[in-house]
Design a protein around this ligand. Structure first.
Ligand SMILES: Nc1nc2c(ncn2[C@@H]2O[C@H](COP(=O)(O)OP(=O)(O)OP(=O)(O)O)[C@@H](O)[C@H]2O)c(=O)[nH]1
Ligand SMILES: [K+]
Ligand SMILES: [Mg+2]
Length: 516
């Protein structure tokens, strides 16, 4: 069978028979050589696809949408088909005017007692967050009030408490949000730095999805050309050069995907944080540096070499960039079993880091600034160097560090004891990180990284693989070529959660310029 040529993940398996039913009739009446070739018994449903439950199965859900505790207001959100019933039972008024805040008494549905004096707003579906009818109750935020309102809702048989993330899930299922927007929304709530906020806002607003969708449509356009060649042989009913056109399109698309993938993981790093490992010989001042950056006594600092054993990890905001810093044991040969384990862990942490900062005491280096042998070999193009304890060697030069392997690196000189050079180090280091990861947070960068989750990278890599496979086929293999493109489109579609190639293919096919 033709499709066995490449091992395909089961999720991309495709039922050609069902697919073909939706191709426009004037085309499907023609012979399809690949109809026989690509029949498969597996279904085309992606494991990530969640069928939309019917309204009958869908209960009305409620939850407190603000953090619990004492505050000015709390918002209880209710979503589902019975929202107007909820209104009737606990606000006890005529039907609400949609999207208008109303002052109201919130009543217990069975007893006659009033629970709070608050505000309510009704969002009529589909113009709501979940696309269902939504009611928001703005009440005073206090434990007893919140408990009484949630308790009252639990008395309504058609309501149940929402599961974690269920409002957003319904927004996704209702088509209000696609997957990058859901991810963006979560990242936005989790954002702790300016860079994270901007990146997440872009995703939540749909700009990221639009770029993935452009890519997917581009692949499908290319596929439409190949499909046309299958249905009409070139030169007969169809313009010349269509095959070449499709190949050129595919080459451009591949270059675009490659450019997205070759982003040094900027988006993922900006979202989840730069992993920075501090390393160096014992007593260089590594833990002192961690404490200086954290502005608190997070790590134990003593004059005893070998003080730090375990890795100590902290998350910090350095110039708008989230940085996860690891302080490690000083590197030296040792007979102490515990210290040996610490040194081993330090080496692993250096390897795993996005960036390493090698701290060396000015006392441990000479006028040529040769790095001690224990650390010189660990310097790579991802390493920055800090010469510390400049107060102990006022005569120290300011030469570039010499690691004997010629790797150029950024370096600074400080005294963490007197504070000399620390301000320059801080600004220089933040700038070096921005440059390193191409994170220009000060301007509205036109080249915001596209990939912010490992999931995006996996699907784009797989799409690139399929397009490459298409480019390896020849004009005689158009049937296989079309399948490769179809898989490529599906791989990109998995990023946004849209995997149905046929909808778009059909419409493109209809517009496709076929000779009269
Ligand atoms: N004179 C001077 N002493 C410093 C400076 N920075 C740190 N120290 C001292 O150097 C000693 C070692 O500092 P640590 O921060 O514990 O060094 P470390 O590299 O973490 O050491 P280990 O964890 O043992 O590998 C402490 O007594 C610090 O107070 C500096 O700039 N000048
Ligand atoms: K020490
Ligand atoms: Mg230490």
């Amino acid at each position: 069978m033709l499709l066995l040529r490449r091992a395909l993940p089961p999720s991309t398996a495709y039922t050609t028979a069902t697919r073909r039913l939706r191709v426009p009739s004037r085309i499907s009446t023609l012979p399809h050589p690949h109809r026989l070739a690509t029949t498969s018994s597996t279904t085309s449903i992606d494991p990530g696809f969640v069928p939309r439950p019917s309204d009958a199965q869908r209960k009305t859900i409620y939850a407190l949408s603000t953090p619990p505790g004492k505050a000015g207001i709390a918002v209880v959100r209710i979503s589902g088909p019975e929202v107007l019933q909820v209104w009737k039972h606990i606000v006890r008024r005529a039907e609400p005017e949609p999207w208008r805040m109303e002052r109201c008494k919130i009543m217990h549905p069975t007893g006659g007692n009033m629970l709070d004096d608050g505000l309510a707003v009704y969002f009529k579906g589909p113009k709501s967050f979940t696309t269902e009818d939504v009611l928001e109750l703005h009440i005073h935020s206090g434990r007893a009030i919140i408990a009484s309102v949630l308790g009252a809702l639990s008395h309504l048989p058609f309501c149940r408490p929402a599961e974690p993330g269920e409002f957003t899930r319904r927004a996704f299922l209702g088509g209000r949000l696609d997957l990058p927007q859901v991810e963006g929304l979560k990242d936005l709530i989790d954002a702790e730095t300016e860079g994270q906020r901007r990146l997440a806002l872009e995703a939540a607003g749909g700009a990221v999805s639009a770029r993935f969708e452009d890519l997917r449509t581009g692949i499908i356009r290319c596929l439409a050309k190949i499909e046309a060649l299958i249905d009409f042989s070139e030169g007969e009913d169809i313009e010349d050069g269509v095959y070449e056109d499709a190949r050129n399109d595919a080459t451009t698309l591949l270059a675009t995907i490659r450019s997205y993938l070759g982003d040094n993981r900027r988006g993922e790093i900006l979202r989840s944080g730069v992993h920075l490992t501090i390393f160096g010989p014992p007593n260089a001042g590594k833990s002192s540096l961690l404490n200086f950056l954290a502005q608190r006594e997070a790590a134990i600092v003593t004059p005893v070499p070998g003080t730090t054993r375990d890795i100590l990890e902290l998350s910090l905001d350095i110039g708008g960039i989230p940085v996860i810093i690891s302080d490690t044991a000083g590197l030296r040969p040792t007979d102490d079993l515990v210290e040996q384990i610490g040194v081993e862990r330090a080496r692993k942490a250096i390897q795993a880091a996005d960036i390493a900062l090698c701290v060396v005491s000015c006392e441990d280096t000479d006028a040529t600034r040769s790095l001690p042998s224990a650390v010189a070999d660990l310097v790579t193009e991802r390493t920055f160097v800090l010469f510390n304890k400049s107060d102990l060697r006022p005569d120290a030069s300011d030469n570039e560090p010499n690691n004997n392997n010629g790797t150029p690196t950024h370096w600074w000189t400080t005294s963490l004891k007197t504070g000399e050079g620390t301000a320059e180090f801080l600004t220089g280091f933040a700038q070096a990180l921005k440059t390193r990861f191409d994170l220009d947070l000060d301007q509205d960068s036109p080249h915001t990284p596209l990939i912010t989750h490992a999931r995006h990278r996996v699907h784009l890599e797989s799409a690139a693989g399929f397009i490459e496979a298409f480019l390896e086929t020849t004009a005689e293999d158009v049937v296989i070529g079309a399948e490769e493109l179809r898989y490529a489109a599906q791989a990109v579609g998995k990023v946004t959660g849209r995997i149905d190639v046929e909808d778009i293919l059909d419409s493109l096919f209809r517009d496709f310029c076929i000779g009269k």
